[in-house]
Design a protein around this ligand. Structure first.
Ligand code: SAM
Length: 291
């Protein structure tokens, strides 16, 4: 009788057979609950017309469920000890390609072109290594890879920050960096008890859907992101204090900031966390115009 990889008994068997020991430094917390994996695949809407990129397959618990539903799965795994394990566990699934590489160093466009036989919509599905959640998200967002959706598990706290609305405590430059490109919502919460080893915090599955065009039209994307980062540097200070802290306190800079804030109709006494994406866009555009 065939047992799914994610069942606790099969997971333990595989780990024992390969003498595998977890590396905390690589964020290794493996999912051992087939129902949650199925729910992830369902949320992601994976079918035979979808190619999937996975980050960190581990021993293949999620990879197996993806392989059963997707056209092809490309999985990046950094830990060389897991490569022979995956060769073994993925042998029933010819549509899985494991690439031994740090995903942050991977050429996403080149590798997907090489591996995927058909040009189908691409979705990123992963139980992310928590120590580099944000860098991985940014690596995908900033790459030229056309990702239709990302359905990824991360610490609940980071998922809250990514999906946060203006005026809330969790809202910050990460919310903006992601929501500029994608629509973000939390699909469901995953308790820490379904992992081995158990992490210290609960997790959430976040669903990110690519917007047809960015949430706001900006004349200079790089400067827009600089502005949003700068506006949250000193958390409890006003927007004005953050802006002069970042751009400079000299009279010329102050005049430029005042003129632009007035034109953008944004009160300098507000706090960065109250500004919407649209308002940040407007301010960025007036700053550029008046430079
Ligand atoms: N997908 C498996 C699961 O759900 O049970 C394992 C998830 S575990 C949270 C994270 C995985 O990412 C581990 O297998 C770890 O070795 C791998 N990993 C960590 N850093 C990585 C990196 N920079 N690039 C690729 N994989 C990485």
């Amino acid at each position: 009788e065939y047992k799914e990889i994610a069942t606790p008994s099969r997971t333990k068997e595989i780990l024992k057979q390969h003498g595998f020991s977890f590396k905390k430094s690589l964020g290794q917390n493996f999912l051992t609950e087939p129902n949650i994996l199925r729910k992830i695949v369902e949320t992601a809407g994976i079918d035979t017309h979808t190619n999937v990129v996975e980050v960190g397959p581990g021993i293949g618990a999620l990879t197996e469920q993806l392989a059963k539903n997707a056209a092809q799965v490309l999985a990046f795994e950094i830990d060389d000890r897991l490569i022979p394990v995956l060769e073994d566990t993925m042998s029933p699934y010819p549509n899985v390609t494991v690439v031994h590489n740090d995903v942050l160093k991977a050429d996403l466009v080149g590798t997907t072109k090489e591996v995927f036989k058909e040009e189908l919509p691409i979705k990123v599905v992963a139980n992310l290594p928590y120590y580099i959640t944000t860098p991985i998200m940014m690596h995908f967002l900033e790459s030229d890879l056309a990702v239709e959706e990302m359905i990824v598990m991360m610490q609940k706290e980071v998922a809250d920050r990514i999906s946060a609305k203006p005026g809330t405590k969790a809202y910050g430059s990460l919310s903006i960096a992601v929501q500029y490109f994608m629509e973000a919502s939390i699909a469901f919460i995953v308790p820490k008890t379904v992992f081995i080893p158990q992490p210290n915090v609960d997790s959430a599955i976040i669903k990110l859907t690519k917007r047809d065009k960015p949430a706001v039209e900006v004349t200079n994307e790089k400067e827009f992101f600089k502005l949003t980062k700068a506006s949250f540097q000193l958390r409890r200070k006003t927007l004005w204090n953050n802006l002069i802290h970042f751009y400079g306190k000299d009279e010329e800079t102050k005049a430029w900031l005042t003129k632009s804030l007035t034109e953008a109709e944004i009160e300098p006494s507000r706090r960065g966390e109250t500004l919407s994406l649209i308002e940040f866009g407007r301010l960025s555009n007036t700053l550029e115009k008046n430079r």
